[in-house]
Design a protein around this ligand. Structure first.
Ligand code: PLP
Length: 287
């Protein structure tokens, strides 16, 4: 496996970053997780635009243009002969001294990893997953926007830890007002009648690329697609609940905090949206 690291392709075991990199010292950087389906990168442009916007927001200069990064991602895929997999693109502040000031880091560190995706076991798509809500809150948008996909994922990691301690795989984070924001690394949707509802970005939800695709599909198939605030109660009484994300795609939630959703099985709407999403990832590649 070859990793792109600062302008070179190096074998996996040689792909090393300095302990003085501010990405390591302070979580100072941004990243993207991207899928490759049958050799096509799903919505690469959207991922790169989000990466550049995240970087701009934290005054991090990426030493490549969007076009150059597009080519580098393609080259990383080619070099690893990957047709279906996952790409992790990381840009950290770079190597500096122990101070916080990014001025000591003259160049950003850029890493592109392309590898096989460790998918959720297929049975989870058949059975759905139970989840909980946890105490960890989404960071406030006025402090650090949830749109910045930064290397500071402590809240998200705590959500994951709390979920696992409770014996489930995923959990929902609320925002400071107590409205539902999102999962540790996934967006959340409710189906209620003909409504397909997901929290607005102002609630603390990342504008996920899978989320966008599901909203498009939902509109196309006549759902009343809404970005609306909702509470845990709304989740408990929804007809269907599912999570979306680059790695998870669309995964049904069958229990939330012990409340069974619908009849406790992945619902017909969720299954249909997953099916349409899987068609879209192929069609997008053919364009
Ligand atoms: N929310 C968070 C916090 C994430 O890290 C991710 C993953 O990127 C998502 C949601 C889902 O976004 P996407 O569909 O772009 O992968």
């Amino acid at each position: 496996q070859l990793i792109f690291l600062n302008g070179e392709f190096v074998p996996k075991h040689e792909a090393k970053v300095s302990v003085y990199d501010h990405g390591y010292l302070y979580g100072d950087g941004v990243f993207e997780g991207i899928r490759v389906y049958s050799g096509n990168v799903f919505r690469l442009k959207e991922h790169l635009v989000r990466l550049f916007e995240s970087a701009k927001s934290i005054l991090l200069e990426i030493p490549y243009t969007l076009e150059e990064l597009t080519e580098l991602v393609a080259e990383t895929i080619r070099k690893n002969q990957l047709s279906d997999g996952y790409i992790r693109l990381v840009v950290s502040r770079g190597t500096g001294n122990l101070g916080l000031d990014p001025a000591s880091c003259p160049v950003a560190t850029v890493v592109i990893i392309a590898e096989q995706l460790a998918l959720f076991p297929a049975e989870f798509y058949e059975t759905g997953i139970p989840i909980i809500t946890v105490a960890t809150r989404r960071n406030r948008p006025d402090v650090l926007s949830p749109q910045v996909k930064s290397l500071n994922y402590l809240n998200n990691i705590l959500v994951k830890i709390e979920a696992k301690l409770a014996g489930v795989l995923e959990a929902l984070m609320l925002n400071e007002q107590g409205y539902v924001a999102e999962g540790s690394g996934d967006n959340v949707f409710l189906v209620k009648g003909n409504k397909l509802i997901t929290p607005p970005s102002s609630a603390g939800a990342l504008e996920g690329i899978t989320r966008n695709a599901i909203m498009e599909i939902g509109k196309k198939f006549g759902y009343d697609v809404r970005e609306e605030l909702f509470t845990r109660h709304d989740v408990y009484v929804a007809d269907e609940v599912f999570l979306t994300g680059t790695a998870a795609e669309v995964i049904a939630v069958t229990k939330v905090d012990g409340r069974t959703i619908g009849d406790g099985k992945p619902g017909a709407h969720t299954n249909r949206l997953l099916e349409e999403f899987r068609k879209l990832v192929v069609e997008d590649g053919e364009k």
